[in-house]
Design a binder for this molecule. Sequence first.
Ligand code: PLP
Length: 389
Amino acid sequence: MNNQYLMNTYARFDVIFEKGRGSKLYDTKGREYIDFVAGVAVNCLGHNHPVIVNALAEQSKMLMHVSNLYWNVPQLELAEMLGTHSRHDKVFFCNSGTEAVESAVKLARKYGKSKEEGKYELLYMENSFHGRTMGALAVTGQEKYQTSFMPLMEGVKMVKFNNAEDLTQKMNAGVCGVIIEPIQGEGGILPASKEFLETARKLCDQYDALLIYDEVQCGIGRTGKLFAYEIYGIVPDILCIAKGLGGGFPIGAMMAVKKAADAFVPGDHGCTFGGNPLGCAVSLAVLKELICGGIIEKVEGKSRYIIEKLDELKKEYKNIKGIQGMGLMLGIRLESDSKVFVEKCFERGLLTVGAGKNVVRLVPPLNVTEDEIDAAMVIIREVFEETKA
Ligand code: PLP
């Protein structure tokens, strides 16, 4: 299907979605799908969750947008909520993941500049993905996203992911920041090793550079903790979040410890819609439900349940090379390309999404039920059966 009015920026499936409920989506023909994509790790509470619908309705009756020339109540409350549940002192609000990364890149540059002239280099990881705007693109470690848009921002250097030796070699006094996804998402659901993050933390401290985690995909409960850094116990100076933060409403945030955050002064950075009352009210409701509704604490159990089932399949089907990831951010590594597999799941009414070349990514809503997991697994088994050599 093609559309005469929409730009050709996505390879889309031939389906038009109309409504959703929990972990189910319905297309315009009334066909039901089990949603293990969840807007690519966005709809953490599933579709049309009453908490989100209610927060939207109530806040829209009060105040939808007001400029950041002034304070607003939900922004203040969300900032406090994030501050008290993280190890970070201050937050900057924006609308998307790439903007959160963009803000982090600028903050690291400003921090470096405040220390000494020439301290502006950013180290980033091979195979990473940080977004599509020019700053985020420059620190994305996959050429396929970059080639058509050269020249990119200067003062960046790529490091081999999970290679402490390479990072140590490339670190120097001119580095202002090191950006890492604790679990690489688009790159193929690949967790960073604890040793690698420990080395990054140590080197950043030694050279007074800022350690930046991009938790846009792996944050907000996906790993079974509110933030992925809690799993590792290695805290970054800057934390980028988005996707699940609004449970479907566009909102992103860049959080920082005080010494980093203090580098920004009025005029350095801004975002017209960032921290708008509507987005913040929804995000506040989402976080309360995730934390107080006991949803995050059940992620680990659901994860184990899925992994057990996938491990059984792995014994039967030699196309499965490995199961990777954490919590409800899981990948089935195939011997074959993931594209055909994802398409066959789709035909049977299960939405999955590829990551890297040969990984099938499973990122269902965090409140997905055991019955829904079982139904998804039946389809996954059918597809392995159909495609077995
Ligand atoms: N960072 C990571 C780790 C992501 O996975 C993504 C999107 O997939 C982004 C940044 C960009 O987020 P957005 O598409 O909201 O700009």
